[in-house]
Design a protein around this ligand. Structure first.
Ligand code: ITT
Length: 209
């Protein structure tokens, strides 16, 4: 029998991406996402780390629904900004753009570029980080973390992706994340990396359950 798992996100794109990256393991899962629970109270992401937020989200929704729940949290960590925007990545420039969700991605990366205006090239080191947490309503079952290292470019480049992708330059590829297609990004991304680590662990877990 398939194991039902709630993905703690309303983002259908995330569900499709997860299912694709998990490959055959995903066929053993009956996935649902938060769209199926329109009235569920939102779990506030107020942790200090990605791992804490993923854990909090997963346990919060699992307790309310009684389902195994998978949650993720991710963001951009910049060494020269003491780890900012970090857990604030999604809303880093929220004040500057008056809460206009449509422009938030551009406002966020423009704020990073402004903050790093005087930072020399060799100190513009950054990484995207992603934490995944799978829980039952009672306990944590699996946790994984993935990251991709890069450098903050001085100008935005590329049209693909979202968020900070246009300013995240990956030296080994000679491109920003926004210049990669979906397959290329999945291969190297923090999320792809964390899901890749989850895959064999989930396979084992589903075998014994
Ligand atoms: P949820 O509704 O599922 O929480 P979200 O958009 O808040 O989706 P995340 O928590 O995964 O997504 O990421 C937080 C922010 O970090 C996101 O809004 C982006 O600004 C940034 N980010 C995360 N992954 C990224 C990626 O692959 N490329 C560019 N920016 C990314």
């Amino acid at each position: 029998m398939k194991q039902r798992i709630l993905l703690a996100s309303t983002n259908q794109g995330k569900l499709a991406e997860l299912s694709e990256l998990l490959g055959t393991v995903s066929k053993k899962v009956d996935w649902v996402c938060l769209k199926a629970y329109p009235n569920i109270p939102e779990v506030v992401e107020d942790g200090d780390t990605f791992a804490e937020n993923a854990r909090k989200k997963a346990l919060g929704y699992a307790k309310v629904t009684g389902l195994w729940t998978l949650a993720d949290d991710s963001g951009l960590v910049i060494d020269a900004l003491d780890g900012q925007p970090g857990v604030y990545s999604a809303r880093y420039a929220a004040d500057e753009c008056g809460g206009n969700r449509k422009n938030i991605d551009t406002a966020n990366y423009k704020k990073v570029l402004a903050e790093l205006k005087d930072t020399p090239d060799e100190e513009r080191i950054a990484r995207f980080s992603c934490c995944l947490c799978l829980v039952s309503p009672e306990k944590i079952l699996l946790e994984t973390e993935g990251a991709v290292e890069g450098v903050i470019n001085r100008t935005p480049l590329g049209e693909n992706g979202f968020g900070y992708d246009p300013i995240f330059y990956i030296p080994s590829l000679g491109k920003t994340a926004a210049q990669l297609n979906k397959q290329q990004k999945n291969r190297i991304s923090h999320r792809g990396n964390a899901i890749g680590k989850l895959k064999p662990l989930l396979e084992d877990l589903l075998r014994v359950n």
